[in-house]
Design a protein. Structure first.
Lengths: 292, 292
């Protein structure tokens, strides 16, 4: 077992399993063939053929307002929710676009994002404490009722990044909700870069980017969950955190990568470790080109 | 002027300008059309057609030893050196492969690497000093006789990563040669990840990965160059380093990105800076797929 196993587990996708998802001529994601067939039930919303999935002509023109595409696709997604195909519904709108700064082509429910192979964004925070007995990290155990990774280990604070709120404000909000960290402590969280991965799931593809933050907490602070998303918090020596990431899959797959990035930035992984180059590059994964 | 300008300057390539370079059926790089035409002068070594460049059949079988491909291609490169097409000859062998861990298909002279659009690797070190007056960074000015970026600003220690030496050993060697840092100080250099970029040059493409190290130096230490590659060293407050990267192109293009990564990891770039997401992702660039 090694850090590289965690990276490989988060980057398992076979481009041959996917067809392009194209909006207004721009490839914004990809879908599995079975989901393409499902979408073909709504020819007034989706145009599906062997080359991939796009929107029906009336929705696909670049002149159609984003709200109209959002509404038409949203109605289909509601049916698929009722049919229990799309589960883990969140009632959060995520942008469909190719990059952070690009204006979205439409917004879709968060739970549907992997079905369309659209890039998802998140904010994760490494909360740590420095004491006489060394570096420790606060770890959360996810609630057993979470739709993804129930009961898995997680960062002290982590959340998806919806449309309509900035990274910093979202991080502050999650600090409050997930761990009861007051703003006068949370505001010292340092934005320290990102990790990316491309995970194939039963639903589709998650070509995600997670923005990482570090926050050094006072020794006197103890987290308190306020939104029911956390089962328990633990304060572990960094060596135990590293070992757990390396030797088990107790951490949710993407939380493990955020910790590997933290360990890397702290110089915990030796440059002459034979896995070092692949670990470094493995945290910057990009989707392989589709085979179309 | 902004950090993003530095990232854009290092990621300027047009995939339409390149043809694939394929060895034993595996795409390992890409070449400009004019260079493909040049290589066509040696049909006993290269097979060139509209689809791209590969090796002649006798060299292209996977059974041919790496040394034989290396020798045959090396003879062509020597002629191109004598014709002064390939300049900046280094007499260092670089591996031709798709990733760090893959066994090389052949080795080529370092100066030829961009001509074949093969990934190059380097090791760069941020040397810094913490004092009562804040964080300072040692900066090098490159010798005016360097084949690339003469007179530009650089990390205190930086070098290419040739075949046949590990990252750590190479970093230690460069610390000694470039800045006279003795091993008992240099060994504390922390490997802290990497940056990548895809630069189109007149010669070809540089889809490079740079492994970054941080080294905190004692206030009493002053660097001394021993290999003639450094014109001068400066100890600058981090604010001046940041400003110079942001507001000028005085730093060599890839050294600027290494400093942006350092600033990011130190939390110097605010998460609500509108450029933040593109800066973060811009340091993880990958080549766009070729248009073949």
């Amino acid at each position: 077992m090694s850090y590289l196993d965690r990276i490989r587990a988060a980057n398992n996708h076979d481009p041959g399993n996917f067809l392009p998802f194209v909006v207004t001529g721009v490839r914004v994601g990809c879908v599995k063939a079975a989901f393409a067939e499902t979408l073909a039930r709504w020819p007034e919303v989706f145009r599906v053929d062997a080359r991939g999935v796009t929107l029906a002509a009336e929705l696909n023109s670049s002149k159609v307002p984003v709200a109209e595409r959002t509404r038409a696709v949203g109605e289909v997604l509601q049916v698929l929710r009722e049919e229990q195909l799309i589960d883990g519904w969140r009632d959060e709108h995520y942008p469909v676009n190719r990059s952070w700064t690009e204006a979205p082509y439409l917004l879709i429910e968060r739970a549907a994002v992997p079905w369309f192979g659209v890039r998802g964004y998140g904010v994760h925070m490494n909360g740590f404490v420095r004491g006489a007995d060394g570096l420790k990290m606060w770890i959360a155990r996810r609630s057993l009722t979470k739709p993804t990774g129930p009961g898995k280990l997680d960062q002290m604070v982590a959340g998806g990044q919806p449309a309509g709120i900035g990274l910093y404000d979202n991080m502050m909000k999650e600090c409050e909700e997930e761990a009861g960290i007051p703003l006068d402590i949370a505001k010292h969280a340092r934005p320290v870069g990102a990790i990316s991965y491309v995970l194939e799931t039963k639903a589709g593809l998650r070509p995600d980017l997670i923005f990482n933050f570090d926050l050094e907490l006072p020794q006197s602070f103890s987290p308190v969950n306020t939104d029911g998303e956390v089962e328990a918090f633990y304060l572990w020596p960094i060596e135990r955190v590293a070992e757990t990431v390396r030797d088990s899959d107790d951490f949710k797959f993407n939380c493990a990568l955020v910790i590997i990035d933290f360990l890397l930035r702290q110089g915990h992984i030796a440059a002459d470790d034979p896995h070092y180059p692949d670990i470094v590059e493995g945290l910057m994964a990009r989707p392989a080109p589709l085979s179309d």
